[in-house]
Design a protein around this ligand. Structure first.
Ligand code: ADP
Length: 246
């Protein structure tokens, strides 16, 4: 039965290990199976291997052992433009000399999408993040929160099935962060997008996610819905980590 679950998974990590340059393993025998539409957060202290997992899923790093699959196919067998993955990071790096609309349109142009189709997609993505009126502005004329929304729109402009986010709200103040947490989860559920979200912030993980994978030292210590993590932490690390700052 376990095999069927993995084969049906939208995203699967199967016995994945990773070491950089033959050094110690930073990801140790990781297994994870996600259904389509799930919002899963990788939560854990700095250095526990979360970003490395995201980078492997994005195709920027390769696993030393094991396999990562997308819809049943090994990720490395799928050409990057066919993977349907959008990415949002803390350092969202919008092009400063381009307008907001041009920032979104440029990657579509690179992929040879025609002008009218580009305009439609850009408008749709900006509307999704409630920034429809800001297409003519430059990034420097936007607040931090607005810039982060544009970074989100830029990930959505390709209509991805899977979005990877690494501490996307880390640079924002508390109030704005909470607002964006709400917006991101709503949008993901509305659009039926599968999300892998990386954070070291317990509250963020517990409020946003369908399931949370608690990382420590390159392993998932517990994988469970937020209420289960609260009510029955599997070991003392999870209990202590979840309890901090709450
Ligand atoms: P997290 O996202 O949980 O903070 P990372 O995946 O970034 O963890 O890092 C896990 C471990 O891998 C850390 O010890 C880090 O120093 C190491 N590491 C991350 N990226 C690289 C890299 N490109 N080269 C060598 N070591 C790396």
């Amino acid at each position: 039965m376990a095999d069927t679950a993995i084969n049906d998974a939208f995203v699967a990590f199967e016995r994945v290990q990773k070491s950089y340059d033959g050094e110690l393993l930073v990801v140790k025998d990781l297994n994870l199976s996600m259904p389509k539409g799930e919002f899963l957060t990788m939560l854990g202290p700095s250095g526990s291997g979360k970003t490395t997992c995201l980078m492997m899923l994005a195709g920027f790093e390769t696993a030393t052992h094991g396999e990562i699959k997308l819809k049943g196919d090994p990720i490395n067998n799928i050409p990057p433009h066919k993977r349907g993955i959008g990415m949002v990071f803390q350092n969202y790096a919008l092009f400063p000399h381009m307008t907001v609309a041009e920032n979104l349109s440029f990657p579509l142009e690179v992929r040879k999408i025609g002008k009218s189709e580009r305009e439609g997609k850009v408008k749709r993505a900006l509307d999704m993040v409630q920034m429809g009126d800001f297409g003519g502005r430059r990034p420097a004329q936007l607040s931090g929160g607005q810039q982060q929304r544009i970074a989100l729109a830029r990930a959505l402009v390709f209509e991805p099935e899977l979005v990877l986010m690494d501490e996307p709200l880390g640079a924002l103040d508390k109030q704005l962060r909470e607002h964006m947490q709400f917006e991101i989860t709503n949008l993901a559920h509305e659009l039926g997008i599968t999300v892998v979200y990386v954070t070291h912030d317990q509250t963020e993980a517990l409020t946003m996610s369908d399931r949370v994978a608690v990382f420590d030292d390159g392993r998932i210590q517990q994988l469970a819905p937020p209420d289960e993590l609260y009510e029955s932490p599997q070991n003392s690390f999870v209990a202590q980590f979840i309890g901090e700052n709450n």
